[in-house]
Design a binder for this molecule. Structure first.
Ligand code: CTP
Length: 403
């Protein structure tokens, strides 16, 4: 069945020089069938894998390749016009080379020029050989693209054109088209369920100083909390994001306050404790060194015992002064007895919802872009969510909490 979310959408489809370029033909067919307008842009290398005639015929549009085509006058501004026209820009397949260029801001083809000019959201669907995909250079480039706010649809595991088996396969056109539907839906500004609501979100780890150069912390990257802040803002909320030390860009329109320690987080959170919704996604250290050395501590030949003191429980403090109608949401990251521990936290901290995720499960918890959670409500509700990207999950969690 055609995806109604794609109807009337204006999309730029960038096609780069990978053997998977043949899948772009079917992808265009699917998108057009669902009612989208698709403007294809190919790199020179892509034309070696699939003919612009095939792509242009399926899209019912002229394929753009060069920034300065010989046949046309004054068309050099086309990338700017296109960048303003599109609702979404998708690159499928995206080669390691194009990803590297985008990460460095190159502007040496119609496609790269268009990406730099685009005001719409960008979705990158990488396809390459397993080792190219795993290479630290590719991974660092992808990390950089994510920091620009680009969405990445990870390649799949399977047989590759090289004969190797591994990660790097472009997903099938049907699943890319379905993902595009989800992705555009997530950005649509029609869902304003949090308009005029104040939402306080805590995100990332805290750092508890031992001395001027050392600290206790954890592996939280803040991804879930930042995705929630972005999703809440898109739903019209006034969002205050208290962020521990993380390397993430501030979602647009969100008021971000950087904090370091649990003590800082506690102080700032209490200033904003009047929020309609409080979502505590931060991995707050429960203990901090009892005293902080003013100078860098020098080692001796003896073992060292570090005395720790309790830090304030930020969410429990807000729970204690919870007001009527206020909704409090906590996260429980567990390695064992997840459900029992989560339910105990729900009660102890006076919460409305607790989101349970498992630290020892692949594709969930710290440092990955996906999560699999079970959410428990104070009214006895239990909602299980399948594994999905933290971006997608953020939207679904908010829909549950607000609903
Ligand atoms: N939390 C908080 N302040 C703390 C500790 C936790 O606000 N000092 C919040 C977290 O952001 C999370 C929830 O409380 O939403 C649960 O945190 P977690 O560390 O899993 O639970 P704890 O109560 O600390 O219990 P334990 O460490 O024993 O599992």
């Amino acid at each position: 069945m055609a995806d109604l979310r794609l109807n009337g959408k204006k999309l730029i489809l960038g096609i780069t020089g990978s053997i998977a370029a043949y899948k772009a033909a079917e992808l265009i067919r699917q998108l057009v069938k669902a009612g989208a307008e698709v403007q294809p842009i190919m790199t020179e290398d892509a034309t070696r894998f699939i003919s612009p005639l095939t792509i242009g015929t399926l899209a019912k549009r002229e394929v753009l390749i060069e920034v300065f085509p010989e046949s046309e006058d004054g068309s050099w501004t086309k990338h700017v016009d296109l960048g303003l026209w599109a609702d979404g820009l998708i690159i499928a397949p995206a080669t390691a080379n194009t990803i590297a260029k985008l990460a460095s801001g190159y502007c040496d083809s119609m496609l790269t020029a268009c990406v730099l000019s685009a005001r719409c959201e960008v979705l990158v669907c990488p396809a390459m050989d397993h080792d190219m995909w795993k290479h630290p250079a590719t991974q660092a480039n992808l990390h950089r693209l994510k920091s620009f706010g680009y969405e990445i649809l990870d390649p799949e595991h399977g047989e590759l054109a090289s004969g190797l088996i591994g990660e790097g396969r472009l997903p099938e056109p049907e699943s890319i088209a379905a993902f595009i539907g989800e992705w555009l839906d997530g950005q649509a500004s029609t869902n304003k369920s949090l308009a005029v609501k104040k939402v306080l979100i805590t995100a990332g780890p805290t750092r508890e100083a031992i001395d001027p150069v050392r600290f206790l912390s954890n592996g939280s990257t803040g991804t879930m909390g930042f995705a929630l802040a972005n999703a809440a803002r898109k739903r019209g909320a006034d969002v205050v994001l208290l962020a521990g030390p993380v390397a993430l860009p501030t979602p647009s329109g969100v008021k971000r306050i950087d904090v370091v320690s649990a003590e800082d987080l506690h102080r700032e959170a209490l200033k904003h404790a009047d929020a309609d919704f409080v979502i505590a996604a931060a991995a707050v250290a429960d203990y901090a060194p009892a005293s902080v050395s003013e100078q860098k501590a020098k080692k001796t030949d003896d073992d060292l015992v570090l005395e720790l003191k309790r830090t304030p429980d930020v969410l429990a403090a807000i729970g204690e002064r919870k007001t009527n109608g206020q909704i409090l949401v906590g996260f429980a990251l567990e390695t064992q007895n997840g459900e029992a521990n989560a339910l105990a936290k729900l009660e102890r901290k006076n919460l409305d919802w607790i989101v349970l995720n498992h630290a020892n499960e692949e594709g969930a918890g710290f440092g990955v872009d996906t999560n699999r959670v079970v959410v428990f409500g104070s009214d006895g509700a239990r909602h299980e969510f399948p594994q999905m990207t933290k971006v997608a999950l953020a939207g679904q969690l908010l829909d549950l909490i607000v609903g």
